[in-house]
Design a protein around this ligand. Structure first.
Ligand code: CTP
Length: 403
């Protein structure tokens, strides 16, 4: 899946012959699953029709502050358009538009959208070779780049004038690839390896029975998906669950028992930067596993259990500069118990969920968590879908890593 999937893109089209390529650009973005709104400068409509771009983008095309055919129609709000966008790409960007962008001129809707934008702005210049080399154009590049706009340089080749040189707008496929790569490289967890545990563990009693718990693994799997989306390399050590990851790029190690999970986690821990242990690991396991199915000969049955190894605590003993996160599922004295676990297991962060909270816990698609950091900061969140909870946890960690 492309990083552009689900993204809101404003495509700004200005008056250059390369404007015809903007039709292909819209197609490419739509194919990647993006939502596209096109904003044209008035003169660009000489080069490509709003009807074409509107049909391809499946959205209205904007080129003035009001609807030209109906002056009483609603105002095209540049601020709304700018805030709707996750990214803006101006392609083609003419020398004229770039100069206006560089100097804060605001005499059309596209420039007003640009000036109102808080999202990344890409621009793909297109013009004749001598215009491209002109000192004022070079000055525009310099200024635009110093404002953190991202240039997609023009290519070398035959130009509309028949001359050969630099000035051809990058091809639509190249523009899309450039933006995808740029987004991927800037993801906040890029270069980080995250180890996550999820689900329950099953401790065998005999060949057909086990001791387990109600964990569905949904929380851990959500953390894995969201972490991957934020650029991390993800290893998920999963107990027996009924859910599947949608993402082949996430390395999943399937385990059954607490002992298996301990071994798999230690194997992966060495190279990770962040470990988030959300699994509901069995605290006890039978001292012996019957080799044959236990028959109901007696009226009572006693199974002797012994403590499993505490995986999280063992990681805390060897923490180094890793960021270590545990979960605490509590039914009473929630905050106090979670704080004690955080200290005892030498964690950076503990995620508390209380079974007393509605919409929190094992099998639900929602959760309600409180984050407690090692410096005793407590942040309580509302009930949310588990993906949103995963995002809250990971955003908190990202902020901590950047502090
Ligand atoms: N955990 C672990 N290994 C275990 C038990 C727990 O890694 N053998 C981890 C869990 O994945 C979770 C955290 O420890 O991140 C806390 O788990 P929890 O069951 O709430 O607490 P326990 O430490 O087991 O303490 P208690 O059951 O007494 O509350």
């Amino acid at each position: 899946m492309s990083v552009l999937s689900g993204k809101n893109i404003v495509l700004g089209v200005t008056a250059g012959i390369a404007a015809y390529k903007s039709t292909y650009l819209v197609r490419q973005f739509v194919k990647k699953g993006a939502n596209v709104k096109v904003v044209m400068t008035p003169s660009s409509k000489e080069f490509v029709t709003p009807l074409t771009l509107s049909t391809l983008s499946k959205n209205e095309v904007y080129s003035s502050f009001t609807n030209e055919d109906d002056k009483n129609a609603q105002w095209n709000n540049h601020v709304e358009l700018a805030l709707w966008a996750d990214l803006i790409i101006i392609a083609p960007a003419t020398a004229n538009t770039m100069s206006k962008m560089a100097n804060g001129t605001c005499d059309n809707l596209l420039l007003a959208v640009y000036l109102s934008a808080k999202c990344p702005v890409y621009y793909a210049p297109a013009m004749d070779l001598d215009m491209y080399k002109h000192p004022t154009t070079l000055q525009s590049f310099e200024k635009l780049n110093s404002f953190k706009n991202i240039q997609i340089p023009a290519a070398y080749g035959e130009l509309a004038s028949g001359l050969i040189g630099q000035g051809r707008m990058a091809e639509p496929e190249e523009i899309v690839t450039f933006i995808e790569k740029d987004i991927l490289n800037k993801l906040p967890l890029k270069g980080k390896k995250i180890l996550i545990t999820a689900g329950p563990t099953y401790e065998a009693i005999d060949p057909v029975r086990f001791i387990g718990n109600h964990s569905s693994g949904k929380m851990g799997y959500a953390i894995a998906e969201v972490a991957f989306g934020l650029g991390a390399e993800v290893v998920l050590v999963s107990g027996p669950v009924h859910i599947k990851s949608k993402n082949n790029a996430i390395k999943i190690i399937k385990v059954t028992t607490a002992e298996d999970m301990y071994n798999a986690v230690h194997q992966e821990y060495k190279n990770c930067d962040i470990a988030i242990l959300s699994a509901a690991v069995a605290d006890f396991t039978p001292t012996e596993v019957a080799s044959q199915k236990i028959k109901k000969k007696e009226t009572t049955l006693t199974i002797t259990l012994e403590k499993t190894k505490d995986i999280l605590a063992s990681l805390g003993l060897n923490k180094g500069d890793k960021y270590l996160v545990g979960f605490a599922l509590e039914t009473e004295n929630e905050l106090e118990n979670a704080k004690t676990k955080l200290k005892k297991k030498n964690l950076d962060l503990i995620v508390l969920n209380s079974l007393n909270d509605k919409g929190a816990g094992f099998k639900t698609d929602t959760n309600k968590v409180t984050l407690i950091s090692k410096d005793n900061k407590v942040i309580a969140f509302e009930v949310k879908p588990k993906t949103a909870v995963a995002n809250d946890i990971l955003q908190y960690i990202i902020n901590q890593l950047h502090d």
